[in-house]
Structures are given as structure tokens and as C-alpha cells.
Design a protein around this ligand. Structure first.
Ligand SMILES: Nc1ncnc2c1ncn2[C@@H]1O[C@H](COP(=O)(O)OP(=O)(O)OP(=O)(O)O)[C@@H](O)[C@H]1O
Ligand SMILES: [Mg+2]
Length: 242
């Protein structure tokens, strides 16, 4: 398990969340998007700890009421007990009344939610005053033909405005060396870092997997120092699926 690294992207996400909390009511919405493996889930977990946020993770087919129950449960876990029983309406009312004001709610995998659920979350933000950050694939870039959904989408877009962070792959060899390689392998040459960046494309998930493979290879073969040959061989192992 890799400890969370406070990357430049993480700093941006934190700043965006702080802007969401400080924004006027009816515009306390933000969004984190990015390709698979760029660190959305990791950053939302870190933000939750750093900012004392309330985080839930949606799943495919999640129903509105289940989402509200998860939210009430997460509030309780964060030290704000909210009764999970009752209808969806009662739960929304409870969440709005029992102090969501000023709190930050983060929903990971929000792209799994249906529009009525997203609308309900928006009301908790609008009326209750909570900051709401949705993470996942870019909901706001979607095209909808249904007129009602287009209105919902526009309301969401306007509230998010510029409070958006797109998680990018790690861009350069120096960064990948500092973020992924140095914590495991100590200092590495520019050449090794460049080879590592090239093989992973700066994608966090691939980088962690390749670093694991390099470690295994080094341990199997008694190699002490990471070099390009280790990176190339470990990458070839992975490509071969062994
Ligand atoms: N800042 C970071 N510090 C340390 N490890 C990280 C960081 N960001 C990502 N990782 C590692 O990369 C892996 C993939 O990241 P994560 O699951 O957060 O990506 P994701 O964008 O949520 O992907 P998906 O779209 O598939 O859900 C994590 O399991 C974690 O090990
Ligand atoms: Mg994720």
C-alpha cells in the first residue's frame, strides 16, 4: 500500500474544495474528473481527512434512498449522528435541517447516480448549505437530449462554474521520481525515471503496479539498485501477464 503523495494535482483539488466551501450558497458545487487511474479516489480520501469532509462512494444502480442512507451513515461516522430511517423525503429533510451548512460532501463515482439523485444532492447543497464535490467521469460534458435533463445539467454546470479539477497523469520524470520511485527505491537516475515514465504514461495505477513488479524482480534477482534494465524487464513481465 502506497502512502498518499501530496502531488500538484492534489494541491489543486484541495484549493478547489476550499473554494467550494467558501462560495456563496447556491453555488457550492465542485467537480473532480480524470481518466481511470489518475488518482480521483485517492485524492477524495485524502481530502476527506484533510478537510474533515463527508465522503461516500456511489455504485452502478445505486438508488436514491440508498445514497441518502449512505450519506447519513457517513455523517454519523464523521461525528454528526443522523437517523438513517424513514422515506427519502424525510432523510433529505433531516440532512438539510441537521446542519449540513458549511460541511463538505464528496461523492466519488458520482457518474453512477441517476439525475433525480444528483438533483436531490444539489438540493442538500442549495438549501442545506453544504459544499458538494462530485468525482468520477465528467458528468457535465455529457450530451442529453431530454429537455428536463438538459435543464438539470445546465443548473449543475452553472453552479460548478470554474470549480473543476481534471486529474492529469504525472507529467515529467522528476515528478515520477519524487512521487513514486524515491519513496521505494531511494534516489534513481534520470534515465531510469524517464524509462519508468514512458512505460506508465504517468498513470498512477500503472506506476504503482510497475513499481511493485520492479520490487519483485529486484528481490528475486538480488538487484539492489533500480535501473532502466529493471524497469524494462519488469514492464515486459507485466505485458506478458506473469
Ligand atoms: N497521490 C497519490 N499518492 C499515492 N498513491 C496514489 C496517488 N494517486 C493515486 N495513487 C495510487 O494509484 C492507484 C489508482 O488511483 P485511484 O484508484 O485513486 O484512481 P481513480 O482515478 O480513482 O481510478 P478509477 O477511475 O479507476 O476509479 C491507487 O490505488 C493508489 O495506489
Ligand atoms: Mg476511483
Amino acid at each position: 500500500m502506497t502512502d498518499f503523495v501530496e502531488t500538484v494535482m492534489a494541491g489543486r483539488a484541495r484549493l478547489m474544495c476550499e473554494t467550494v466551501i467558501a462560495a456563496p450558497r447556491y453555488s457550492r458545487l465542485g467537480q473532480i474528473t480524470g481518466d481511470p487511474g489518475t488518482g480521483k479516489t485517492s485524492v477524495t480520501n485524502w481530502l476527506t481527512e484533510e478537510l474533515g469532509a463527508i465522503r461516500i462512494e456511489a455504485w452502478a444502480g445505486m438508488k436514491e434512498k440508498t445514497c441518502l442512507q449512505e450519506l447519513a451513515h457517513a455523517f454519523a461516522k464523521a461525528g454528526y449522528p443522523i437517523d438513517e430511517s424513514g422515506t427519502s423525503n424525510t432523510l433529505i429533510q433531516r440532512l438539510i435541517r441537521h446542519g449540513t451548512e458549511g460541511k463538505l460532501i464528496i461523492i466519488d463515482e458520482a457518474n453512477h447516480l441517476r439525475w433525480p439523485t444528483l438533483e436531490m444532492l444539489r438540493s442538500i447543497s442549495d438549501i442545506g448549505g453544504a459544499g458538494l464535490v462530485i468525482a468520477g467521469t465528467d458528468l457535465l460534458a455529457k450530451k442529453f437530449t431530454h429537455p428536463q435533463i438538459r435543464v438539470f445539467l445546465e443548473q449543475f454546470r452553472q453552479r460548478v462554474g470554474t470549480k473543476k479539477v481534471v486529474m492529469q497523469p504525472v507529467q515529467d520524470a522528476g515528478e515520477i521520481a519524487a512521487y513514486v520511485l524515491a519513496p521505494r527505491f531511494g534516489s534513481v537516475t534520470q534515465k531510469s525515471a524517464t524509462a519508468f515514465l514512458k512505460k506508465t504514461g504517468g498513470n498512477w495505477r500503472f506506476a504503482v503496479a510497475l513499481a511493485d513488479a520492479c520490487e519483485r524482480l529486484m528481490s528475486n534477482e538480488g538487484i539492489e539498485k533500480l535501473d532502466e534494465r529493471v524497469v524494462e524487464t519488469a514492464a515486459a513481465w507485466m505485458a506478458g501477464g506473469s
